[in-house]
Design a protein around this ligand. Structure first.
Ligand code: GAL
Length: 415
């Protein structure tokens, strides 16, 4: 009798656990070393809750390929539970009616109190949460190999002029000054770092958030293109098509001196067992000390019909903002937690600098959204900017003045 009762209790328990277990299919583009380790943290935490994780990884830094695949899936009526969608794209998907509300979970978990407003704004569509932020990446970073700098007789450049002087010396010493992958989003990442310095935060916002035609075509933009063009002198001829993490590995193994890239690059250094301050240096991109170009990774959640999968979906959303996940994920990813109430004792100096600058730049007006990573403007305007920037960078005799005029024209046609 007693045994039967225990058996009954056990089977009821099993049944209830089972009935709550659903599947989450998650689309992302985190396939590089540090990225994959970070994504694995989420998978593990979801499986611990009894749910099934269906990985939908589409390789390609910056996520262009992932977005193309997502569109096909969503349009055919078979969207994943969640997809890595950022910035203005969240609004675009929300407007098309694809996304589901996370407001019940958000209220229960007090997301409004945990998150900075600059973040919550992006995650809501029509006043309700439809996406959850994972992290805050700083894009305007310079990564450097201290041994290569030393062998070349230079220190970390703090302005663009210093950068060019140092780069010449590095080249003369037989190293590649700037590790770069010739892909449109990487070109745009370097371009926006140069623009942030040359334009300053206010005009950066006018150009890439307000899409102000005068700034887009103005004299300072001509200077941005002029300095951006000079960067080409310091990149090796094998750069076309190279993935960003391959460029990072060139800095790691001492083939190249520096890379201008967001702090997902730190995820690669970490995955390779490297220590900041010792094996590599993180510094603000030249001329952008105190400024912070933000890129917030987030997952948007799609409308599903299966009830168990809906429940699993809300559990996924909830898990992402727990302190446990925020800590482990961001330690691997190179970013900082999006919650501001975290214990940061396990984070390294680069992350602490990033957090301090994130806070101080929000006060000084130097916290600006990344154009290259979809936080500043619509995908249409972003695409137009990418085209002009990449064509310019790849054209031998490109004229900076013409490029600025083209930039304004292309943006105007896209909006
Ligand atoms: C960014 C994304 C980062 C990182 C990077 C390279 O757009 O926000 O998390 O994955 O692409 O893939």
């Amino acid at each position: 009798m007693k045994i039967n009762k225990t058996l009954l209790t056990l089977s009821l328990l099993a049944a209830s656990t089972f009935s709550q277990a659903g599947e989450v299919e998650v689309l992302h583009w985190w396939t590089a070393g540090g990225e994959a380790k970070s994504a694995a943290v989420l998978k593990e935490m979801i499986e611990e809750q009894g749910h099934t994780w269906k990985d939908f990884a589409v390789a390609g830094g910056g996520g262009e390929s992932a977005m193309t695949v997502l569109k096909t899936r969503a349009v055919s009526g078979n969207p994943p539970s969640a997809a890595q969608i950022k910035g203005h794209d969240i609004q675009e998907w929300g407007g098309l009616g694809f996304l589901t509300s996370l407001d019940a979970t958000a209220k229960q978990e007090k997301w409004d109190e945990l998150l900075p407003e600059v973040v919550t704004k992006v995650m809501k569509w029509d006043g309700e949460y439809v996406a959850v932020p994972v992290n805050v990446h700083r894009v305007n970073w310079l990564w450097a190999n201290p041994v290569v700098l030393e062998k070349s007789g230079v220190t970390v450049p703090t302005t663009l002029d210093e950068f060019f002087v140092a780069a010449d010396k590095i080249k003369a010493a037989g190293f590649i000054p700037l590790a770069h992958g010739g892909q449109p989003w990487q070109d745009a990442t370097v371009f926006e770092a140069v623009a942030l310095d040359v334009l300053g935060s206010e005009d950066y916002n006018k150009a890439f958030v307000d899409l102000d035609m005068d700034v887009l075509s103005g004299d300072k933009m001509v200077e941005v293109f002029t300095k951006f063009k000079k960067m080409r002198d310091y990149i090796d001829s094998n750069s076309p098509g190279r993935d960003w993490n391959v460029a990072t590995s060139m800095v790691i193994n001492g083939e190249a001196a520096m890379q201008i890239m967001g702090d997902w690059a730190k995820g690669e250094f970490t995955a390779a067992g490297k220590v900041p301050g010792k094996d590599y240096i993180c510094a603000p991109a030249p001329g952008t000390d105190g400024q912070f170009t933000f890129n917030i990774d987030s997952f948007a959640f799609f409308e599903l019909s299966d009830e168990e999968n809906q429940k699993a979906q809300q559990d996924l959303a909830k898990t992402i903002l727990t302190k446990d996940f925020q800590e482990v994920f961001n330690l691997n990813k190179g970013s900082i937690p999006v919650r501001l109430d975290m214990d940061m004792s396990k984070f390294d100096q680069c992350a602490l600098d990033s957090m301090a600058t994130f806070k101080s730049s929000a006060e000084s007006g130097d916290l600006v959204p990344s154009m290259a990573h979809g936080l500043a403007t619509t995908s249409y305007a972003q695409g137009a900017i990418y085209d002009v920037v990449t064509n310019f960078f790849n054209e031998k005799d490109a004229d900076p003045k013409e490029a600025a005029a083209k930039l304004a024209k292309a943006v105007k046609a896209a909006i």
